[in-house]
Write a protein that binds this ligand. Structure first.
Ligand code: NAD
Length: 501
Protein backbone atom coordinates (compact mmCIF):
# COMPACT_ATOMS: atom_id res chain seq x y z
CA UNK A 1 0.00 0.00 0.00
CA UNK A 2 1.38 3.42 -0.98
CA UNK A 3 2.34 5.41 2.12
CA UNK A 4 2.40 2.44 4.50
CA UNK A 5 6.16 2.74 5.03
CA UNK A 6 5.86 6.23 6.53
CA UNK A 7 6.16 6.76 10.27
CA UNK A 8 4.73 9.48 12.50
CA UNK A 9 7.46 12.04 11.84
CA UNK A 10 7.20 11.43 8.07
CA UNK A 11 3.47 12.19 8.18
CA UNK A 12 3.98 15.29 10.30
CA UNK A 13 6.52 16.53 7.77
CA UNK A 14 4.25 15.61 4.85
CA UNK A 15 1.41 17.53 6.49
CA UNK A 16 3.65 20.56 6.98
CA UNK A 17 4.71 20.67 3.34
CA UNK A 18 1.42 19.57 1.72
CA UNK A 19 0.03 21.90 -0.94
CA UNK A 20 -3.70 22.28 -0.31
CA UNK A 21 -6.12 23.41 -3.01
CA UNK A 22 -8.38 25.95 -1.38
CA UNK A 23 -10.59 27.33 -4.16
CA UNK A 24 -13.98 26.21 -5.36
CA UNK A 25 -13.66 23.93 -8.40
CA UNK A 26 -15.89 25.29 -11.16
CA UNK A 27 -15.66 24.67 -14.90
CA UNK A 28 -12.36 22.83 -14.60
CA UNK A 29 -10.47 25.39 -12.51
CA UNK A 30 -10.08 26.63 -8.96
CA UNK A 31 -11.80 29.97 -8.32
CA UNK A 32 -12.49 32.10 -5.26
CA UNK A 33 -15.96 32.43 -3.79
CA UNK A 34 -17.72 35.42 -5.34
CA UNK A 35 -18.09 36.98 -1.90
CA UNK A 36 -14.37 36.47 -1.24
CA UNK A 37 -15.33 34.61 1.95
CA UNK A 38 -13.02 31.91 3.33
CA UNK A 39 -13.31 29.48 6.23
CA UNK A 40 -10.63 28.05 8.49
CA UNK A 41 -10.18 24.31 8.35
CA UNK A 42 -8.98 23.19 11.80
CA UNK A 43 -7.09 20.00 12.69
CA UNK A 44 -9.35 18.54 15.40
CA UNK A 45 -6.46 16.84 17.20
CA UNK A 46 -5.08 20.19 18.36
CA UNK A 47 -7.16 23.00 16.83
CA UNK A 48 -4.37 24.21 14.50
CA UNK A 49 -5.49 25.91 11.30
CA UNK A 50 -4.73 23.66 8.34
CA UNK A 51 -5.95 25.92 5.53
CA UNK A 52 -8.17 28.85 4.66
CA UNK A 53 -10.67 27.46 2.17
CA UNK A 54 -13.03 29.40 -0.10
CA UNK A 55 -16.52 29.42 1.32
CA UNK A 56 -19.11 29.55 -1.43
CA UNK A 57 -22.73 30.63 -1.32
CA UNK A 58 -25.78 30.70 -3.56
CA UNK A 59 -24.03 32.77 -6.25
CA UNK A 60 -21.26 30.17 -6.51
CA UNK A 61 -23.80 27.37 -6.72
CA UNK A 62 -25.44 29.25 -9.61
CA UNK A 63 -22.07 29.49 -11.37
CA UNK A 64 -21.33 25.81 -10.85
CA UNK A 65 -24.78 24.67 -12.00
CA UNK A 66 -24.50 26.89 -15.06
CA UNK A 67 -21.18 25.27 -15.91
CA UNK A 68 -22.56 21.76 -15.37
CA UNK A 69 -25.67 22.56 -17.38
CA UNK A 70 -23.58 23.81 -20.31
CA UNK A 71 -21.57 20.56 -20.17
CA UNK A 72 -24.81 18.57 -20.05
CA UNK A 73 -26.42 20.46 -22.91
CA UNK A 74 -23.53 20.22 -25.36
CA UNK A 75 -23.06 16.54 -24.48
CA UNK A 76 -19.30 16.77 -23.93
CA UNK A 77 -19.56 13.91 -21.43
CA UNK A 78 -22.75 11.92 -22.10
CA UNK A 79 -22.14 11.83 -25.87
CA UNK A 80 -18.63 10.41 -25.53
CA UNK A 81 -18.55 6.77 -26.64
CA UNK A 82 -18.87 4.55 -23.55
CA UNK A 83 -15.37 3.19 -23.87
CA UNK A 84 -13.88 6.69 -23.96
CA UNK A 85 -15.67 7.44 -20.70
CA UNK A 86 -14.40 4.12 -19.33
CA UNK A 87 -10.83 5.10 -20.22
CA UNK A 88 -11.25 8.35 -18.32
CA UNK A 89 -12.69 6.46 -15.33
CA UNK A 90 -9.71 4.07 -15.39
CA UNK A 91 -7.24 6.94 -15.41
CA UNK A 92 -9.27 8.69 -12.70
CA UNK A 93 -9.08 5.60 -10.43
CA UNK A 94 -5.34 5.24 -11.11
CA UNK A 95 -4.74 8.89 -10.19
CA UNK A 96 -6.78 8.60 -6.98
CA UNK A 97 -4.74 5.53 -6.08
CA UNK A 98 -1.43 7.21 -6.92
CA UNK A 99 -2.38 10.29 -4.88
CA UNK A 100 -3.75 8.13 -2.04
CA UNK A 101 -1.34 9.45 0.60
CA UNK A 102 -2.26 13.09 -0.12
CA UNK A 103 -5.98 12.33 -0.19
CA UNK A 104 -5.68 10.36 3.05
CA UNK A 105 -3.72 13.18 4.64
CA UNK A 106 -6.32 15.78 3.62
CA UNK A 107 -9.09 13.80 5.35
CA UNK A 108 -6.94 13.21 8.43
CA UNK A 109 -6.13 16.91 8.75
CA UNK A 110 -9.69 18.03 8.12
CA UNK A 111 -11.60 15.68 10.43
CA UNK A 112 -9.06 13.76 12.53
CA UNK A 113 -9.44 10.30 11.01
CA UNK A 114 -6.40 8.12 11.87
CA UNK A 115 -4.06 8.17 8.87
CA UNK A 116 -3.91 4.37 8.81
CA UNK A 117 -7.71 4.18 8.46
CA UNK A 118 -7.71 6.79 5.70
CA UNK A 119 -4.97 4.89 3.85
CA UNK A 120 -6.32 1.38 4.29
CA UNK A 121 -10.08 1.98 4.18
CA UNK A 122 -11.17 5.28 2.67
CA UNK A 123 -8.73 5.58 -0.23
CA UNK A 124 -8.80 1.94 -1.43
CA UNK A 125 -12.60 1.89 -1.18
CA UNK A 126 -12.83 5.12 -3.16
CA UNK A 127 -10.58 3.60 -5.84
CA UNK A 128 -12.62 0.40 -6.04
CA UNK A 129 -15.84 2.43 -6.23
CA UNK A 130 -14.55 4.42 -9.21
CA UNK A 131 -13.31 1.22 -10.87
CA UNK A 132 -16.61 -0.58 -10.27
CA UNK A 133 -18.82 2.13 -11.72
CA UNK A 134 -16.35 2.73 -14.56
CA UNK A 135 -16.60 -0.95 -15.46
CA UNK A 136 -20.40 -0.66 -15.54
CA UNK A 137 -20.48 2.08 -18.18
CA UNK A 138 -20.88 -0.12 -21.25
CA UNK A 139 -22.85 -2.80 -19.41
CA UNK A 140 -26.00 -0.69 -19.14
CA UNK A 141 -28.62 -1.64 -21.69
CA UNK A 142 -32.30 -1.11 -22.35
CA UNK A 143 -34.82 -3.35 -24.07
CA UNK A 144 -36.73 -3.81 -27.29
CA UNK A 145 -40.08 -5.16 -26.21
CA UNK A 146 -42.33 -7.71 -27.87
CA UNK A 147 -44.44 -5.18 -29.77
CA UNK A 148 -46.91 -5.61 -32.70
CA UNK A 149 -45.48 -6.52 -36.13
CA UNK A 150 -45.69 -2.96 -37.49
CA UNK A 151 -44.27 -1.18 -34.46
CA UNK A 152 -41.17 -1.30 -32.31
CA UNK A 153 -40.76 -0.15 -28.76
CA UNK A 154 -37.30 0.71 -27.48
CA UNK A 155 -36.73 1.31 -23.80
CA UNK A 156 -33.45 3.05 -23.14
CA UNK A 157 -31.71 4.10 -19.94
CA UNK A 158 -30.68 7.74 -19.95
CA UNK A 159 -28.86 9.95 -17.45
CA UNK A 160 -30.91 12.51 -15.53
CA UNK A 161 -29.04 15.76 -16.20
CA UNK A 162 -27.19 17.77 -13.56
CA UNK A 163 -26.98 15.92 -10.24
CA UNK A 164 -26.39 17.82 -6.99
CA UNK A 165 -24.46 15.76 -4.48
CA UNK A 166 -24.38 16.80 -0.82
CA UNK A 167 -22.10 14.79 1.43
CA UNK A 168 -21.08 14.29 5.05
CA UNK A 169 -17.75 14.68 6.84
CA UNK A 170 -17.25 11.28 8.44
CA UNK A 171 -15.73 9.69 5.30
CA UNK A 172 -15.23 12.89 3.30
CA UNK A 173 -13.59 11.35 0.24
CA UNK A 174 -15.46 8.04 0.23
CA UNK A 175 -18.99 9.38 0.79
CA UNK A 176 -18.44 11.87 -2.05
CA UNK A 177 -17.13 9.13 -4.35
CA UNK A 178 -20.14 6.93 -3.53
CA UNK A 179 -22.22 9.73 -5.10
CA UNK A 180 -20.13 11.16 -7.90
CA UNK A 181 -18.81 7.88 -9.36
CA UNK A 182 -22.23 6.38 -10.20
CA UNK A 183 -23.63 9.79 -11.19
CA UNK A 184 -20.79 10.39 -13.67
CA UNK A 185 -20.73 6.77 -14.87
CA UNK A 186 -24.42 7.09 -15.77
CA UNK A 187 -23.54 10.13 -17.92
CA UNK A 188 -24.72 12.94 -15.64
CA UNK A 189 -22.86 16.14 -14.80
CA UNK A 190 -22.33 16.89 -11.11
CA UNK A 191 -22.13 19.74 -8.62
CA UNK A 192 -20.82 18.42 -5.30
CA UNK A 193 -21.33 20.36 -2.06
CA UNK A 194 -19.05 18.55 0.39
CA UNK A 195 -19.38 18.97 4.11
CA UNK A 196 -17.92 22.32 5.14
CA UNK A 197 -16.19 20.47 7.98
CA UNK A 198 -13.99 18.49 5.58
CA UNK A 199 -13.98 19.72 1.96
CA UNK A 200 -10.27 19.32 1.17
CA UNK A 201 -10.11 15.84 -0.38
CA UNK A 202 -13.19 16.54 -2.52
CA UNK A 203 -11.55 19.59 -4.08
CA UNK A 204 -8.46 17.55 -4.91
CA UNK A 205 -10.67 14.77 -6.31
CA UNK A 206 -12.30 17.11 -8.83
CA UNK A 207 -8.88 18.25 -10.04
CA UNK A 208 -7.86 14.61 -10.56
CA UNK A 209 -10.98 13.97 -12.65
CA UNK A 210 -9.94 16.71 -15.05
CA UNK A 211 -6.34 15.48 -15.02
CA UNK A 212 -7.69 12.06 -16.03
CA UNK A 213 -9.30 13.62 -19.11
CA UNK A 214 -12.72 14.45 -17.68
CA UNK A 215 -14.10 17.48 -19.54
CA UNK A 216 -14.28 20.78 -17.68
CA UNK A 217 -17.67 21.57 -16.17
CA UNK A 218 -18.70 17.92 -15.79
CA UNK A 219 -17.65 17.67 -12.13
CA UNK A 220 -17.73 20.85 -10.01
CA UNK A 221 -17.22 21.27 -6.26
CA UNK A 222 -18.57 24.17 -4.20
CA UNK A 223 -17.60 24.20 -0.53
CA UNK A 224 -19.99 26.19 1.67
CA UNK A 225 -22.51 26.12 4.49
CA UNK A 226 -25.41 23.70 4.32
CA UNK A 227 -28.00 26.35 5.02
CA UNK A 228 -26.63 28.57 2.24
CA UNK A 229 -24.79 26.71 -0.56
CA UNK A 230 -26.46 23.36 0.22
CA UNK A 231 -29.92 24.88 0.31
CA UNK A 232 -29.29 26.79 -2.93
CA UNK A 233 -28.27 23.57 -4.65
CA UNK A 234 -31.31 21.70 -3.33
CA UNK A 235 -33.67 24.47 -4.48
CA UNK A 236 -32.02 25.00 -7.86
CA UNK A 237 -34.43 24.54 -10.79
CA UNK A 238 -31.72 23.07 -13.06
CA UNK A 239 -30.79 20.25 -10.69
CA UNK A 240 -32.45 16.97 -11.69
CA UNK A 241 -31.60 15.04 -8.53
CA UNK A 242 -30.13 15.62 -5.11
CA UNK A 243 -28.08 12.72 -3.83
CA UNK A 244 -27.53 13.20 -0.12
CA UNK A 245 -25.53 11.63 2.69
CA UNK A 246 -26.06 13.20 6.08
CA UNK A 247 -28.48 13.50 8.96
CA UNK A 248 -32.13 12.48 8.88
CA UNK A 249 -33.19 16.02 9.86
CA UNK A 250 -31.47 17.59 6.83
CA UNK A 251 -32.72 14.77 4.61
CA UNK A 252 -36.31 15.71 5.53
CA UNK A 253 -35.56 19.33 4.71
CA UNK A 254 -34.25 18.37 1.27
CA UNK A 255 -37.55 16.70 0.41
CA UNK A 256 -39.30 19.95 1.27
CA UNK A 257 -36.89 21.91 -0.96
CA UNK A 258 -37.67 19.52 -3.79
CA UNK A 259 -41.39 20.18 -3.39
CA UNK A 260 -40.78 23.91 -3.22
CA UNK A 261 -38.73 23.90 -6.43
CA UNK A 262 -38.86 21.51 -9.37
CA UNK A 263 -39.78 18.15 -7.80
CA UNK A 264 -36.22 16.98 -8.31
CA UNK A 265 -35.49 13.43 -7.22
CA UNK A 266 -34.09 13.22 -3.72
CA UNK A 267 -32.11 10.17 -2.70
CA UNK A 268 -31.18 10.00 0.96
CA UNK A 269 -28.57 8.09 2.94
CA UNK A 270 -29.21 9.25 6.48
CA UNK A 271 -28.67 8.30 10.11
CA UNK A 272 -28.85 5.08 12.05
CA UNK A 273 -28.84 3.33 15.40
CA UNK A 274 -27.86 -0.11 14.24
CA UNK A 275 -28.32 -3.11 16.54
CA UNK A 276 -25.66 -5.77 16.94
CA UNK A 277 -27.55 -8.80 18.27
CA UNK A 278 -25.68 -11.42 20.30
CA UNK A 279 -27.69 -14.64 20.73
CA UNK A 280 -26.70 -17.04 23.52
CA UNK A 281 -25.82 -19.76 20.99
CA UNK A 282 -23.08 -17.74 19.29
CA UNK A 283 -19.97 -19.74 18.52
CA UNK A 284 -17.07 -17.63 19.74
CA UNK A 285 -17.63 -14.87 22.28
CA UNK A 286 -14.12 -13.39 21.92
CA UNK A 287 -14.54 -12.91 18.19
CA UNK A 288 -18.03 -11.50 18.66
CA UNK A 289 -16.82 -9.00 21.28
CA UNK A 290 -13.97 -7.84 19.02
CA UNK A 291 -16.45 -7.23 16.21
CA UNK A 292 -18.79 -5.46 18.63
CA UNK A 293 -15.99 -3.11 19.68
CA UNK A 294 -14.88 -2.37 16.12
CA UNK A 295 -18.50 -1.97 15.06
CA UNK A 296 -18.94 1.00 17.37
CA UNK A 297 -15.48 2.53 17.86
CA UNK A 298 -14.15 2.55 14.27
CA UNK A 299 -13.81 6.15 13.05
CA UNK A 300 -14.53 7.18 16.67
CA UNK A 301 -18.14 6.05 16.21
CA UNK A 302 -18.76 8.60 13.47
CA UNK A 303 -20.23 5.98 11.15
CA UNK A 304 -23.81 5.98 9.85
CA UNK A 305 -24.12 2.23 10.32
CA UNK A 306 -22.20 2.17 13.63
CA UNK A 307 -23.35 -0.79 15.70
CA UNK A 308 -24.26 1.47 18.57
CA UNK A 309 -27.01 -0.69 20.13
CA UNK A 310 -25.57 -3.87 21.62
CA UNK A 311 -28.51 -6.23 22.16
CA UNK A 312 -27.10 -9.00 24.33
CA UNK A 313 -28.91 -12.18 25.44
CA UNK A 314 -29.42 -11.98 29.21
CA UNK A 315 -27.43 -15.17 29.75
CA UNK A 316 -24.35 -13.63 28.06
CA UNK A 317 -24.85 -10.11 29.38
CA UNK A 318 -22.40 -9.84 32.28
CA UNK A 319 -19.58 -11.79 30.65
CA UNK A 320 -20.02 -9.86 27.42
CA UNK A 321 -19.69 -6.54 29.20
CA UNK A 322 -16.65 -7.66 31.19
CA UNK A 323 -14.85 -8.82 28.04
CA UNK A 324 -15.88 -5.69 26.13
CA UNK A 325 -14.37 -3.46 28.82
CA UNK A 326 -11.22 -5.55 29.09
CA UNK A 327 -10.59 -5.77 25.35
CA UNK A 328 -11.37 -2.20 24.20
CA UNK A 329 -8.04 -0.63 25.27
CA UNK A 330 -6.17 -3.29 23.26
CA UNK A 331 -8.01 -2.26 20.10
CA UNK A 332 -8.56 1.50 20.53
CA UNK A 333 -5.89 3.81 21.86
CA UNK A 334 -6.29 7.55 21.35
CA UNK A 335 -3.39 9.32 19.73
CA UNK A 336 -2.31 11.80 17.09
CA UNK A 337 -4.13 10.78 13.89
CA UNK A 338 -0.88 11.40 11.99
CA UNK A 339 0.75 8.55 13.91
CA UNK A 340 0.20 5.30 11.95
CA UNK A 341 -0.16 3.46 15.29
CA UNK A 342 -3.20 5.52 16.32
CA UNK A 343 -6.50 3.66 16.20
CA UNK A 344 -8.74 6.29 17.81
CA UNK A 345 -8.67 9.89 16.64
CA UNK A 346 -10.58 12.88 17.95
CA UNK A 347 -14.11 13.67 16.86
CA UNK A 348 -14.36 15.90 13.81
CA UNK A 349 -14.60 19.14 15.77
CA UNK A 350 -15.20 20.62 19.20
CA UNK A 351 -18.94 20.96 18.56
CA UNK A 352 -19.24 17.24 17.84
CA UNK A 353 -17.22 16.45 20.97
CA UNK A 354 -19.62 18.53 23.06
CA UNK A 355 -22.68 16.94 21.45
CA UNK A 356 -21.38 13.47 22.31
CA UNK A 357 -20.48 14.44 25.89
CA UNK A 358 -23.98 15.93 26.27
CA UNK A 359 -25.49 12.64 25.10
CA UNK A 360 -23.46 10.72 27.68
CA UNK A 361 -24.71 13.14 30.35
CA UNK A 362 -28.29 12.63 29.16
CA UNK A 363 -27.88 8.86 29.35
CA UNK A 364 -26.44 8.86 32.85
CA UNK A 365 -29.00 11.45 33.98
CA UNK A 366 -31.75 9.20 32.61
CA UNK A 367 -30.63 6.16 34.62
CA UNK A 368 -27.98 4.47 32.46
CA UNK A 369 -24.74 3.32 34.11
CA UNK A 370 -21.40 4.53 32.84
CA UNK A 371 -19.45 1.28 32.57
CA UNK A 372 -16.48 2.65 30.60
CA UNK A 373 -15.11 5.98 29.33
CA UNK A 374 -17.45 8.93 29.12
CA UNK A 375 -14.96 11.81 29.19
CA UNK A 376 -12.58 13.84 27.03
CA UNK A 377 -9.01 12.54 26.88
CA UNK A 378 -7.19 14.30 29.72
CA UNK A 379 -3.83 13.80 27.97
CA UNK A 380 -5.06 15.69 24.91
CA UNK A 381 -6.98 18.71 26.16
CA UNK A 382 -6.48 20.61 22.88
CA UNK A 383 -8.14 17.88 20.83
CA UNK A 384 -11.81 16.95 20.39
CA UNK A 385 -11.33 13.49 21.91
CA UNK A 386 -13.93 11.37 23.70
CA UNK A 387 -12.80 8.09 25.24
CA UNK A 388 -14.57 4.87 24.14
CA UNK A 389 -17.75 4.78 26.16
CA UNK A 390 -20.10 2.01 27.26
CA UNK A 391 -23.49 2.69 28.84
CA UNK A 392 -25.26 -0.23 30.51
CA UNK A 393 -28.68 -0.55 32.19
CA UNK A 394 -30.13 1.13 29.11
CA UNK A 395 -33.76 0.50 28.19
CA UNK A 396 -35.16 0.70 24.65
CA UNK A 397 -37.22 3.72 25.75
CA UNK A 398 -34.28 5.91 26.81
CA UNK A 399 -33.21 8.51 24.26
CA UNK A 400 -29.60 7.21 24.35
CA UNK A 401 -31.03 3.83 23.37
CA UNK A 402 -32.94 5.29 20.42
CA UNK A 403 -31.19 8.33 18.97
CA UNK A 404 -28.05 8.48 16.88
CA UNK A 405 -25.12 9.82 18.97
CA UNK A 406 -22.47 9.73 16.20
CA UNK A 407 -19.55 9.26 18.53
CA UNK A 408 -17.75 6.45 20.39
CA UNK A 409 -20.69 5.52 22.61
CA UNK A 410 -22.26 2.04 22.77
CA UNK A 411 -25.36 1.18 24.78
CA UNK A 412 -26.12 -2.34 26.03
CA UNK A 413 -29.71 -3.57 26.12
CA UNK A 414 -30.36 -7.12 27.37
CA UNK A 415 -33.04 -9.37 25.82
CA UNK A 416 -34.70 -12.68 26.74
CA UNK A 417 -35.17 -14.57 23.49
CA UNK A 418 -35.24 -14.26 19.71
CA UNK A 419 -38.66 -12.61 19.56
CA UNK A 420 -37.62 -10.09 22.22
CA UNK A 421 -34.41 -9.29 20.29
CA UNK A 422 -36.35 -8.68 17.07
CA UNK A 423 -38.91 -6.51 18.86
CA UNK A 424 -36.24 -4.30 20.45
CA UNK A 425 -34.15 -4.13 17.27
CA UNK A 426 -37.12 -3.00 15.18
CA UNK A 427 -38.43 -0.55 17.76
CA UNK A 428 -36.49 2.30 16.15
CA UNK A 429 -37.14 5.10 13.68
CA UNK A 430 -33.98 3.95 11.88
CA UNK A 431 -33.23 0.83 9.84
CA UNK A 432 -29.80 1.12 8.29
CA UNK A 433 -27.97 -2.03 9.37
CA UNK A 434 -28.01 -4.89 11.88
CA UNK A 435 -25.86 -7.84 12.79
CA UNK A 436 -26.84 -11.24 14.16
CA UNK A 437 -24.45 -13.47 16.07
CA UNK A 438 -25.61 -17.09 16.21
CA UNK A 439 -24.32 -20.56 15.35
CA UNK A 440 -27.79 -21.56 14.13
CA UNK A 441 -28.15 -20.61 10.47
CA UNK A 442 -31.86 -21.47 10.45
CA UNK A 443 -32.32 -18.91 13.19
CA UNK A 444 -30.15 -16.41 11.30
CA UNK A 445 -32.28 -16.91 8.21
CA UNK A 446 -35.48 -16.25 10.18
CA UNK A 447 -34.02 -13.17 11.82
CA UNK A 448 -32.77 -11.74 8.51
CA UNK A 449 -36.36 -11.82 7.30
CA UNK A 450 -37.75 -10.25 10.48
CA UNK A 451 -35.25 -7.42 10.90
CA UNK A 452 -36.18 -4.03 9.47
CA UNK A 453 -32.81 -2.95 8.09
CA UNK A 454 -31.30 -2.50 4.66
CA UNK A 455 -28.00 -4.23 5.42
CA UNK A 456 -27.65 -7.32 7.62
CA UNK A 457 -24.47 -9.04 8.69
CA UNK A 458 -24.41 -12.57 10.12
CA UNK A 459 -21.45 -13.44 12.32
CA UNK A 460 -19.57 -10.35 11.19
CA UNK A 461 -20.05 -6.59 11.06
CA UNK A 462 -19.27 -4.13 8.31
CA UNK A 463 -18.13 -6.74 5.78
CA UNK A 464 -19.08 -6.46 2.11
CA UNK A 465 -18.02 -5.39 -1.34
CA UNK A 466 -19.22 -3.24 -4.22
CA UNK A 467 -22.03 -5.63 -5.19
CA UNK A 468 -23.75 -4.97 -1.84
CA UNK A 469 -26.52 -2.34 -2.03
CA UNK A 470 -25.88 -0.07 0.96
CA UNK A 471 -28.71 1.95 2.47
CA UNK A 472 -31.50 1.98 4.96
CA UNK A 473 -35.10 1.20 5.75
CA UNK A 474 -37.38 3.73 7.47
CA UNK A 475 -35.75 7.05 8.42
CA UNK A 476 -32.27 5.81 7.51
CA UNK A 477 -32.93 6.70 3.90
CA UNK A 478 -34.71 5.85 0.68
CA UNK A 479 -31.93 4.73 -1.64
CA UNK A 480 -28.90 2.48 -1.97
CA UNK A 481 -25.24 3.37 -2.54
CA UNK A 482 -22.76 0.98 -4.20
CA UNK A 483 -24.09 -1.84 -6.48
CA UNK A 484 -25.94 -1.79 -9.81
CA UNK A 485 -29.08 -0.76 -7.91
CA UNK A 486 -27.35 2.51 -7.07
CA UNK A 487 -26.35 3.12 -10.69
CA UNK A 488 -29.98 2.69 -11.78
CA UNK A 489 -30.90 5.55 -9.46
CA UNK A 490 -28.88 7.98 -11.57
CA UNK A 491 -30.76 7.08 -14.74
CA UNK A 492 -34.30 7.20 -16.05
CA UNK A 493 -36.02 5.12 -18.68
CA UNK A 494 -37.24 6.44 -21.98
CA UNK A 495 -39.85 4.44 -23.89
CA UNK A 496 -39.88 5.18 -27.62
CA UNK A 497 -42.71 3.65 -29.70
CA UNK A 498 -41.93 3.58 -33.42
CA UNK A 499 -45.00 3.30 -35.66
CA UNK A 500 -43.77 1.34 -38.69
CA UNK A 501 -47.17 0.77 -40.36
P1 NAD B 1 -25.56 16.97 8.18
O1 NAD B 1 -26.92 16.51 7.78
O2 NAD B 1 -25.42 17.99 9.21
O3 NAD B 1 -24.79 17.53 6.90
C1 NAD B 1 -24.66 16.75 5.73
C2 NAD B 1 -24.49 17.69 4.55
O4 NAD B 1 -25.70 18.43 4.40
C3 NAD B 1 -23.37 18.71 4.71
O5 NAD B 1 -22.72 18.88 3.48
C4 NAD B 1 -24.12 19.96 5.12
O6 NAD B 1 -23.46 21.15 4.78
C5 NAD B 1 -25.39 19.81 4.31
N1 NAD B 1 -26.54 20.57 4.82
C6 NAD B 1 -26.82 20.92 6.10
N2 NAD B 1 -27.96 21.64 6.15
C7 NAD B 1 -28.41 21.74 4.87
C8 NAD B 1 -29.55 22.35 4.27
N3 NAD B 1 -30.46 23.01 4.98
N4 NAD B 1 -29.71 22.25 2.93
C9 NAD B 1 -28.81 21.56 2.18
N5 NAD B 1 -27.70 20.97 2.69
C10 NAD B 1 -27.51 21.05 4.03
O7 NAD B 1 -24.76 15.63 8.53
P2 NAD B 1 -23.25 15.49 8.99
O8 NAD B 1 -23.18 15.97 10.41
O9 NAD B 1 -22.35 16.09 7.99
O10 NAD B 1 -23.04 13.92 8.92
C11 NAD B 1 -23.45 13.07 9.92
C12 NAD B 1 -24.74 12.38 9.53
O11 NAD B 1 -24.56 11.73 8.27
C13 NAD B 1 -25.13 11.30 10.50
O12 NAD B 1 -26.50 11.38 10.75
C14 NAD B 1 -24.80 10.02 9.73
O13 NAD B 1 -25.54 8.89 10.12
C15 NAD B 1 -25.09 10.42 8.34
N6 NAD B 1 -24.40 9.54 7.38
C16 NAD B 1 -25.15 8.63 6.69
C17 NAD B 1 -24.51 7.73 5.82
C18 NAD B 1 -25.30 6.69 5.06
O14 NAD B 1 -24.76 6.12 4.11
N7 NAD B 1 -26.54 6.40 5.44
C19 NAD B 1 -23.13 7.80 5.65
C20 NAD B 1 -22.41 8.76 6.36
C21 NAD B 1 -23.06 9.63 7.23
Amino acid sequence: MIGSALDHSDWVEKARTLTIDTGLFIDGAFVSAQSGQVMSCLYPANGACVAQVSFGGAADIDRAVESAKAAWTDGRWRHLPPRRRMDIFRRFADLVEAHGPELALLDTLAMGKPITDALTIDVPEAVVTIRYFGECIDKVSGAVTNSPFDATQMISREPLGVVGAISAWNYPLLMAVWKIAPALAAGNCVVLKPSERAPLSCLFLAKLFVEAGGPAGVFNVVNGAGADAGKALALHPDIAKISFTGSTAVGKQLMIYSGQSNLKRVSLETGGKSPQIFMDDLEDLDTAVDYAIRGIFDNAGQVCNAGSRLLVHERLHDEFIARFIQRTPDLYQPGDPLDPQTSLGPLACRAQQQTVLDWIGTGVGGGASLAMGGAPDENRPDGAYVSPTLLTAVTPQMSVGREEIFGPVAVVIPFKDEADAIRIANDSPYGLAASIWTADLKRAHRMIKDLEAGVIWVNCFGDGDMTQPFGGYKQSGNTRDKSMECLAGYMQSKAAWLNLA
